[in-house]
Ligand binder design. Sequence first.
Ligand code: ADP
Ligand code: MG
Length: 681
Amino acid sequence: MSSLYKTPLTALSGVGEKRAQLFEKLGVKSVGDLIEFYPRTYEDWSVTETIENTEDGGLYCVKAVVGMPVSDARISGGRILSKTVVYDDTGTMQIVFFNNRYISAMLRSGEEYFFFGRMNQNAYGKQMVSPMFASSADGAKIHPIYRQTAGLVTKTIRGCVDQALKMLPDQINDPIPEQVRRHFGLIGLRQALCDVHFPDDRDALDAARKRLITEELLVLNLGMRDLRTRSRGVSSVKIESDYSSEFESLLPFELTGAQKRAIADCVNDLTDKKTPMNRLVQGDVGAGKTAVAASVCYTVIKNGWQTAFMAPTEILARQHFETFKKLFSNTDINVVLLTGALKEKEKRLVREQLSSGEADLVIGTHALITDKTEFKNLGLAITDEQHRFGVAQRAKLLGKGENPHLLVMSATPIPRTLGLIIFGDLDISVIDELPPSRKPVKTVLIFSAQRGRVYNFIKSEIANGRQAYIVCPLVEEGELANVASAEEYAAELMLREFSDIPVGLVHGQMKSDEKDAVMSKFANNELSLIVATTVIEVGVDVPNASVMMIENAERFGLSQLHQLRGRVGRGEAQSYCVLVSDNRSQQTGERLKIMCSTNDGFKIADEDLRMRGPGDFFGQRQHGLPQLSIADFADSKSLELSQKIADYILYVYKDLRNEELRLLKAEVDRLFNRGGTNSLN
Ligand code: ADP
Ligand code: MG
């Protein structure tokens, strides 16, 4: 049969051009897409409650008989109020609708219906306002609820999906081989597609979801593994000698054991003549990843190759530039900076130095991957704070050389199961040890009324020569006025509390050279206090800073708070983090207390993922992975199952290119390209 992905929606009865356009808004262009437009959630009408047992505020499905004809009345504002009373064996409740002239025709006195809605109970009795309802003859079902758009509601979508499913051929080729399905208890694709929309009961729904979720993660898993094993070919970048011990003599400190191990892993990769290095160095904030990167780049440069080091922000690039320049000041290594903020003339000069080979090491932002940047002989590409870049940007940097070595660094502690997928194409070294003499940051949670005491504390720290940060959330348009605005707040602090202390302000709307100017003053201890929005979140290193106060702490995710907190506790002094929040709802309280109880980034990341899901966890869609339609990155159980199945499949069938896996391979291509063919062909 011809592909349902090529069948336009207008093939369905009741769908004309106009409705098809509305569907397109939801990303649904073909009948095949519609079948994969999985419900957002479900209403379970299969579990009913007696009227007597319902409680105020709860969501219920009640099976009851309409006790009297619906009465319509005109009320204030010209609205129509329709009401009636329904009953079951245990009691009665009132049903009320607003502005629906058809209710009286749809609800018949004496007949039994399911009513699904929220229960209100007051002195006069029980009531549901505008419940959903269906005749009890239709049976108690689990109803799919779809993502909708103006003019296209769940009810309409349901009807269209029902038609689309009827167009499925009796036999569809299943991308997961039957043997694998049997082994892992997965139902067939056809059954799963039908049941995910219109399940007969909970069990059928669970089985359908399990099958579809597992398949999606399996496909993702296989795709990422394929990226990894697809050999990047023999590296033309020959690294003969290891200069890492020579490098150590340049450092003002001793490397930790974990840093040494990470460097050794890299040197191993570099000198292995077969494939280029493909390594992620992961370490909590402050673990000292920069020194590892510096060592690796020293070895590469000493072997006669260039290195490119890409950072996600202007500030960070500039800071790394300063660090490396200082570190390499007594060597013949020529370090240059290339960022968007440079003047055109300066950029041109740097680019000339890169293409002529005069510059050995370039540190920069996205400016590094524009077409204009060319290298004489790029041997190593490094990306810092990898989670800020997509897979594509990483690839672009690599493209600046002939199969150069790759080192990526990330402080975002990604839970293990997820890390396996996201970084499935990379080997991993973990820096699981902080430099010695670091004291864990002490974290406390306070109400805004206690702010004054924190100000006093900050003043005393500053009097002792330390520095501090005060962070407040960015003000977005249309936000409530009670959210502290960084700018006004800084002005206020400068005028009052800290009038005799040098205060700087950094916020997102500032030009990057303005931000840099403030940050470098802070780094030089010309400023004692920085009031900032989250732009300081990534990587900034001022070891003398010992206090961080975070306003409206509830507005940040846990991982973000952890990153922020990582800006202090980088020196030898005891450091403090003060979370200010008046929001004590249960969930918020629980979240913020986790911050007070642990400094372990991995534990925090797991909690964050559990509580908020991966969308928020990553801030924006910046992990570079394809978008999932039913699975969820936070679902570690399914991630693990898919991992197991992928292992099994590759064990049994050896290679994704095996003929038996033809359809699964097509799914991999489809997920990574979003388009193309698939099993419904
Ligand atoms: P991150 O892993 O977050 O990128 P950095 O590389 O910025 O951390 O290092 C944090 C701070 O720790 C820097 O000031 C750095 O100079 C210092 N540092 C790194 N390694 C060591 C070490 N082995 N001993 C002492 N200080 C170190
Ligand atoms: Mg860093």
